[in-house]
Write a protein that binds this ligand. Structure first.
Ligand code: ADE
Length: 259
């Protein structure tokens, strides 16, 4: 195991801590935990419940369907998590609640959160949390305009996005610098062996060995894909001269019906 400094510390408040083995034990993120680039501790609010039955949820005042996570066990768990982070020398940990009413997660949000050394994430269940817990929360983040049964999958989604951006997590072949969204465009298409699959040939240029031609083809493909699938991204992007020229070529090709 490579000795390395922990770059990001996570403390997760969750009623389902077992779910987090999905991120800590597998793949690229599992490797980052094993190599100690990231550190994780799980806090179950049930362990902070004061009553015999370890109750963590209750009905909402005013009536209505569903249960809410009670304030006290949650706040105690958040405070314990913050104490652990402070004992690790982390000066300012951010407390984030995963909730559909939060700010939408994007590549830019991920980059912003990478300035944190420690993050406490609350993964809520049921209909959500008692509103008063918000005094202990710095940010609310959503992973999309839909409702999950709990914040655990949302928390792991955000953690995965953060972890893969940390230096030393991805090797050269896996580099995150070429991911979709990094430069405001979707990633280009990729091909692997065989050269011909059911009469479909790999584009000739990719076999040419000409790096400049390949770079240009890939950039043009990225522009084409983004124009077709996510025109909203292109509308927000400041294009380079080269990208503007390629986009004009694409538009002419489209008008001529060649693509
Ligand atoms: N919890 C439930 N749904 C969620 C969502 N879309 N994003 C973040 N947390 C959630």
């Amino acid at each position: 195991m490579r000795a390395s400094k922990v770059l990001l510390t996570f403390d997760i408040v969750t009623l389902m801590p077992e779910m987090f083995s999905a991120i800590s034990d597998y793949g690229v993120t599992g490797r980052a935990f094993k190599e100690n680039i990231v550190n994780l501790n799980l806090w179950n609010p049930r362990e902070f419940s004061m009553d015999l039955h370890k109750t963590v949820d209750d009905r909402t005042y005013g009536g209505g369907p569903g249960m809410l996570m009670m304030a006290n066990p949650l706040v105690e768990a958040i405070e314990a998590a913050k104490v652990r982070q402070s004992n690790l020398g982390i000066k300012s940990s951010k407390v984030i609640h995963m909730t559909p009413r939060g700010k939408l997660l994007s590549h830019n949000e991920v980059k912003r959160l990478l300035s944190c050394k420690g993050i406490v994430i609350i993964s809520s269940r049921y209909e959500g949390i008692d509103e008063r817990v918000n005094d202990w929360i710095d940010e609310e983040i959503s992973i999309g305009d839909y409702v999950l049964s709990g914040g655990e999958l949302a928390a792991m989604t955000m953690m995965d996005c953060l972890i893969r951006q940390l230096p030393g997590v991805l090797n050269d072949d896996e580099s995150a610098t070429q991911d979709s969204f990094v430069d405001g465009l979707l990633d280009h298409s990729h091909f692997t062996r065989p050269e011909v699959f059911k009469d479909m040939k790999v584009p000739e240029v990719l076999l040419s060995g000409n790096h400049e031609k390949i770079r240009l083809w890939r950039l043009k493909e990225s522009l084409k894909l983004t124009l077709k699938k996510r025109p909203d991204l292109l509308a927000q992007k400041l294009l380079t001269k080269e990208e503007t020229r390629l986009l004009k070529e694409i538009q002419i090709e489209q008008e001529q019906g060649s693509i």
